[in-house]
Design a binder for this molecule. Structure first.
Ligand code: NI
Length: 216
């Protein structure tokens, strides 16, 4: 009875129909997926922010002098927010920023000249100007380390929607880590974020996006 059912023309037609439906469905799924992917998805993991990010900031540079966005006029900025005690995430991403700057300088030196990489600490209590300056420039001579008052850092973090919070490692809180978001921001000359690069985006991808955005 069972064997006869398998061999019946009705069953064969049903099976063929199911296979055909599966193939059509899967092909449609792939097509829709590719249509929904952000532009350049195949090549990079970067994306355009869906909300307006960025804006004016006032901080303190590596020599202890006040610095604002106006000091970087006519530059695009590549900004990373972190802290110098970070055990692994910040060093990884700052090494990537350095490698991206080297890659850009090799492939498009004129464009590289127009990009200023910045490291902004979200731990200004420990990251004094000289500490943040030495730390940032160790990853690449072009990276400028910036700190500020708690209020100044809160202000720029809010404008970039940077999340950060202190996590105590001992009872009196004298030892702590900073949990923080880990995007690298490409900022146009108008001070608005144009592209966000998630943690671990490859340096050549960052370099390619910058060349594309600034080269047009
Ligand atoms: Ni970090």
């Amino acid at each position: 009875m069972l064997r006869r059912a398998f061999a019946s023309p009705v069953f064969v037609a049903l099976l063929a129909g199911l296979i055909a439906a599966g193939i059509i469905g899967y092909t449609t799924f792939l097509y829709v997926s590719s249509q929904n992917a952000p532009a350049g998805f195949e090549r990079t993991t970067s994306f355009k922010p869906q909300i307006d990010l960025g804006g004016d900031f006032a901080l303190v540079d590596q020599t202890g002098e006040p610095v604002t966005n106006a000091d970087f006029e006519s530059k695009s900025l590549l900004i990373y927010f972190g802290f110098t005690y970070c055990p692994d995430i910040c060093p990884t991403d700052l090494a990537i920023v350095g490698a991206a700057m080297d890659d850009l300088a090799a492939k498009a030196p004129d464009i590289a000249e127009r990009v200023q990489p910045l490291f902004v600490t979200i731990d200004p209590e420990r990251d004094t100007p000289d500490v943040v300056g030495d730390y940032a420039s160790a990853f690449h001579p072009k990276i400028i380390g910036l700190t500020g008052t708690l209020e100044q850092v809160e202000d720029i973090a809010a404008k970039y929607r940077v999340f950060y919070s202190k996590r105590a490692l001992n009872e009196d809180g004298s030892e702590y880590l900073m949990d923080h978001s880990t995007f690298t921001y490409l900022v146009g000359e108008d001070g608005r974020v144009t592209t966000m690069f998630p943690h671990n985006t490859g340096p050549e991808e960052i370099s390619a996006v910058i060349a594309q955005e600034l080269g047009g």
